[in-house]
Write a new protein. Structure first.
Length: 651
């Protein structure tokens, strides 16, 4: 039987696998299986599954009608907590499921957005992070359509709560009891083993722009959670993530870096004394990778961490006292999760579970067992047996010299049926962020890449400066220069593909989404080398972007500039594609979500109008109801087909 070419429908049918959580005794791994799209619910549907580490088929643990996710084992292994909106579409509640079967039991009946949950060390309570819900007055006004929006005047703070497994009593832990005390927003949190302290990434406001100005704090919980005392452990110009108490309660570990997106947080690993007596300390000041997740050793002497080194997923251990790093494993795989690479560990930290993929293998659940200073791997699931029916593109890592002679890496996806010695049309796909990276992800993870490859088009996926994986200096090398040397790095990669004989220099295209969508707009304003372009949710005018986006602190931070200084040579004018609109001749497809709060849709309207006014071939497609990432079934199918067709007929 001849293998089939992938269609948009085939790609959409591939489930999203993530969040592997190993039980404390190491016998079971819970994970999430979900849809890529939504149809008749507010969010994509998902279920919690489980697989035994000793063998056997994976099976569903939950059967909610909509979304079940975020599985977390209790420390004693008797319960699995998770979030579900089974009672009300879009309203998550905390549930617990007995380890050995039975019905899922609801622990909460609250309003507001629940974002995360963690167990207490004694397995008697579940902590969770929840945003304030609507007040009774707000609900009444909303029902009466008396709903004028007073912008940023009625903030909804996220607070840490705790609920008892037995009594189901919900208590706030970060709500100040005195009306004259300032409130703060908790972006992430952890609880100390004795339950007397909370560590959290705090912001003065709950608005997305405030995350870039957050700090690390510890709160002493007293009087049943009603009264708190809070102290700051660390604050700098860099962002913060993943606060984690040591088992002895003396330290708080955390990650820090200059990041473009909350949730995509790979950087340096610090520890700070939980008492506040002393400064935070960088454990990896000269490390050449980017750390995304960590777990303490049982004796609090070291941290096991997961990082990108170049684009290789790497597990290593760092000694807290000496900073010595012991590498346990490194491989050409991607440790998969929706936003960042993560792992979970057993009680003794001798085994860990991940969702893993590679250039040739789709996502599955894997187990790693520690043997001395090495990890031994075993695959626990086979969730995509149908993949063998399809003709898949080849993907390889390539390197070239970028601006200033810097070594730059990227991935080249060959067309299905690639023949050595033949030149192919090439589409460059720029990643978003820019704090992100392409890794050894399965070739079908990038949906329209698979469709382009099936139509005889090669795809270059570069990791220019500003990407994670090469240490802090590389990740921050584009600050003040987005569109400068990172663009030169990308163009050098295109040149390398032409020089190697793979790419036809007369059939070049460029595409991307978000910051990756800015880059096609920028590229066609700087060069005529591209025959065709596609800009998804791109930025065309940095000054108007600053005024409309939900995080104006990001562009000001990354450009290190004042958008109102009036200098025509400053970054906001210098790097706006609209500044150079009269140069552009390249046919450009522009796509955007109607309700995108990250990159407001006006950016695409502006660019499209400017192209039309100057007689450039262009098409603007707006998708109703969609935000920055699309989730409606019909929209995803249309988007992928449209992009593939746009490049196919023009290259």
């Amino acid at each position: 039987m001849n293998p089939k070419l992938m269609t948009a429908e085939d790609l959409l049918a591939l489930k999203v696998i993530g969040d592997a959580q190993i039980a404390p005794d190491g016998e079971l791994v819970a994970f999430v299986v979900g849809d890529r799209y939504k149809s008749d619910s507010k969010t994509p549907k998902s279920q919690v599954w489980a697989v035994s580490t000793s063998g056997g088929d994976a099976h569903a643990l939950t059967a909610g009608p909509r979304s079940d996710h975020t599985p977390r084992w209790s420390p004693d292994g008797r319960w699995l907590a998770f979030l579900s909106d089974r009672l009300e579409d879009g309203q998550l509640q905390v549930y617990v499921l007995p380890r050995h079967g039975g019905e899922a039991l609801p622990l909460t009946q609250v309003s507001g957005d629940i974002q995360d949950l963690k167990w207490s060390a004694d397995s008697q309570h579940v902590y969770f992070l929840k945003t304030d819900g609507l007040t009774a007055e707000e609900k009444q006004r909303d029902a009466a359509k008396d709903d004028a929006i007073e912008f940023e005047e009625h903030p909804k703070f996220a607070r840490v709560y705790v609920v008892g497994v037995k009594d189901k009593q919900v208590r706030p832990l970060t709500h100040p009891s005195e009306p004259d005390r300032a409130q703060f927003h908790a972006w992430e949190f952890d609880a100390s083993p004795d339950g007397k302290q909370l560590a959290f990434v705090a912001g003065s406001n709950p608005f997305e722009w405030s995350w870039y100005q957050s700090w690390l704090a510890v709160s002493l919980v007293a009087d049943g959670g009603g009264k708190t005392e809070t102290r700051t452990l660390h604050q700098s110009k860099r962002s913060l993530a993943r606060p984690l108490f040591s088992p002895d309660g003396k330290w708080v570990a955390f990650l820090t870096g200059t990041w473009s997106d909350r949730g995509v947080t790979s950087g340096d690993l610090y520890v700070a004394p939980a008492s506040g007596d002393g400064p935070a300390r960088n454990l990896v000041p000269d490390y050449g990778g980017s750390i995304s997740w960590m777990e303490w050793s049982p004796d609090s002497s070291s941290l096991l961490f997961l990082a990108l080194e170049n684009v290789r997923s790497t597990f290593a251990e760092v000694n807290v006292a000496t900073g010595h790093i012991t590498k346990l494993w490194s491989g050409e795989v991607a440790i998969a999760n929706p936003n960042q690479q993560v792992f979970s560990v057993t009680t003794g930290r001798q085994a860990l579970a991940v969702v893993r993929e590679s250039a040739t293998e789709p996502r599955d659940v894997w187990l790693a067992t520690r043997r001395g200073d090495a990890l031994e791997w075993s695959k626990l699931t086979n969730l995509f047996p149908q993949i063998g029916e399809f003709a898949l593109p080849q993907m390889e890592s390539i390197e070239w010299q970028g601006a200033d002679g810097w070594p730059i890496q990227g991935f080249l996806v060959m067309p299905v049926g690639y023949q050595h010695g033949r030149r192919y049309p090439l589409v460059t796909l720029v990643h978003g962020g820019p704090t992100s990276a392409y890794t050894y992800a399965f070739s079908l993870t990038n949906r329209w890449v698979a469709l382009l490859a099936a139509r005889g088009i090669a795809v270059l996926m570069p990791n220019p400066r500003g990407s994670i994986g090469w240490g802090m200096n590389f990740a921050e090398a584009n600050l003040g220069d987005m569109g400068g040397k990172d663009f030169q790095d990308i163009m050098a990669g295109v040149d390398a593909c032409v020089a190697s004989g793979i790419a036809d220099e007369h059939r070049l295209g460029i595409s991307g989404w978000s910051y990756g969508g800015f880059m096609p707009m920028w590229a066609v304003s700087q060069t005529g080398r591209f025959k065709v372009a596609m800009a998804g949710a791109g930025i065309s005018n940095w000054k108007s972007f600053h005024g409309l986006t939900k995080y104006p602190t990001w562009d000001a931070l990354f450009y290190g500039a004042d958008p109102y200084d009036g200098d025509k040579e400053a970054a906001y004018e210098l790097f706006s594609p609209l500044t150079y609109i009269k140069r552009i001749k390249t046919p450009t497809l522009i796509v955007h979500g109607e309700r995108d709060p990250d990159v407001p849709v006006g950016q695409s309207y502006e660019f499209h109008r400017a192209l039309k006014d100057h007689g450039v071939e262009t098409q603007l497609v707006i998708y109703p109801r969609e935000r920055h990432g699309f989730i409606e079934q019909a929209h995803l199918l249309d988007l992928w087909r449209r992009i593939a067709q746009w490049f196919t007929v023009r290259l």
